[in-house]
Design a protein around this ligand. Structure first.
Ligand code: ARG
Length: 461
């Protein structure tokens, strides 16, 4: 072997790589994040090789011990990462050889970097999936606490961002809890599918060594080994599913963040965000900006970008492994980091924010928000077809608007000018509290419904 060719695979090479080749080929700059997973996979593989009599117990022990030393060197920042050694797999193995000598060369028996990287990345994504589930759990707990505090605070509900009907703060909060719980179930579901071990698929065809793939799968917490070696080394669905679930979560976070941006503005004043999650302006002394909410609103860009990027890398790739697939990692790392950050920031912001009950109530009562209640009353009490009731109510809204007042400010005579059958009783349904309290149908905004749902969520969380 010449000095210049690669120590791990350079047997047939006379010359080392061009500097540009080394630069485009190396992944150690980013895949060092897989060190812990790589070492866990190698330790499981070594133990299994010994159990199957493929290497000696003595060699396996030396390998397993040596790998722990490598791990601690990496964790304490003492590890000399080398670009010439391309990736985390070869960096770890080369260092192991420095430490224990010849037995290090036996670790790669019946294995390839193709199944090795597939294991490492799967383990990493599985950890992040667990972290996303925990992050969503914490966020949902914070949102449920807001819902519980404000089960009967009235606020305007919007469609088209125009006042539609009064709703309760608690009901609005619980809408997000439903969204985040679907996100959580997507991660849980993806986790089940990803939890199979590629280890033992070797380069692509499996191996002639009598590996015990069940043993390594179990040692790494996988449910079972993957059944097809070609699929095992070429599949990145687990990363795509993680990114898809992350993108939907990020979209939900973005919508909630947008509401907080609007609600905390001087024009709305629905909520006050805490100082801890706001920033000031360097020129305008009065400013308190919702930067955290704005950044959360924006995170969807890079998270969904990562998903599109990986789909684009994977599309059209023939089976099995192609080096294209080295481009799977950086975007997933970035997406995971930013998702966890966004979840934590949203959890902090929601826990700290204070709803302004007075502003919510005033806004809830304006904009003819109880017009539907009036129409419903005409249907219920005067047996009008809903379409006619809608028409009568529309005329009354126009009348109120022309006078610059709200519906409850009209007199009974005004009401009767549009329909003679209207009685004093109509005013009982025009208040916002009455309106929300009447929405008792399952899934509706009534405070009692909210309290029931809060109890269910507190139980589940
Ligand atoms: N660094 C590579 C990656 O991230 C590891 C697998 C390399 N396999 C190979 N046959 N060159 O995909």
């Amino acid at each position: 072997m010449t000095k210049t060719s690669n120590e791990m695979w350079g047997g047939r090479f006379a010359a080392g790589p061009d500097a540009i080749m080394e630069a485009i080929n190396a992944s150690i700059g980013f895949d060092q994040r897989l060190a812990a997973q790589d070492i866990a996979g190698s330790r499981a593989h070594a133990a299994m090789l010994a159990a199957q009599g493929i290497i000696t117990d003595k060699d396996a022990d030396a390998i397993r011990e040596g790998l722990l030393t490598v791990l601690s060197e990496i964790e304490t920042g003492k590890f000399p990462f080398s670009t010439a050694l391309e990736d985390i797999h070869m960096n770890v193995e080369a260092r192991l050889k420095d430490l224990i000598g010849e037995p290090a060369g036996r670790l790669h028996t019946g294995r390839s970097r193709n199944d090795q990287v597939a294991v490492d990345f799967r383990l990493w994504v599985r950890d992040q999936t667990d972290a996303a589930i925990a992050g969503l759990q914490a966020l949902m707990t914070a949102v449920v606490a807001q819902a519980e505090a404000g089960a009967d605070w009235v606020m305007p509900g919007f469609t088209h961002l125009q006042t539609a009907q009064p709703v309760t703060w608690g009901h609005h909060m619980l809408a997000y809890v439903e969204m985040f719980s679907r996100d959580m179930s997507r991660f849980q579901d993806a986790r089940k599918r990803m939890n199979e071990s590629p280890l033992g698929a070797a380069a692509l065809a499996g191996t002639s060594f009598p590996l015990d793939r069940d043993m390594t799968a179990k040692a790494l917490g996988f449910d079972r080994p993957m059944a097809n070696s070609l699929d095992a080394v070429s599949d990145r669905d687990f990363a795509l599913e993680f990114l898809a679930a992350s993108s939907i979560t990020a979209m939900h976070l973005s919508r909630m963040a947008e509401e907080l941006v609007i609600w905390s503005s001087a024009q709305f004043r629905f909520v006050a965000l805490s100082d801890r999650f706001s920033t000031g302006s360097s020129i305008m002394p009065q400013k308190k900006n919702p930067d955290a909410a704005e950044l959360i609103r924006a995170k969807i860009g890079r998270i969904m970008g990562a998903m599109v990027s990986l789909f684009t890398v994977m599309k059209g790739l023939p089976l099995t492994y192609s080096k294209d697939m080295q481009e799977d990692k950086e975007q997933v790392f970035d997406a995971a980091d930013n998702l966890m950050l966004a979840l934590a920031a949203m959890t902090g912001m929601v826990s700290d924010m204070t709803a302004n009950q007075d502003s919510l109530r005033v806004a809830a009562a304006s904009g003819f928000s109880t017009a539907t209640d009036l129409a419903d009353w005409l249907v219920r009490e005067l047996n009008l077809p809903f379409r006619d009731a809608h028409h009568v109510t529309g005329a009354l809204v126009a009348l109120a608007e022309s006078r610059g007042v709200d519906l409850p400010d009209l007199s009974l005579e005004d009401m009767q000018s549009e329909h003679a059958g209207i009685t004093e009783d109509v005013f009982s349904v025009l208040g916002v509290d009455n309106s929300v309290a009447s929405r008792t149908c399952f899934g509706g905004t009534a405070p009692n419904n909210v309290r029931e749902q809060v109890a269910i969520w507190k139980d589940r969380l």
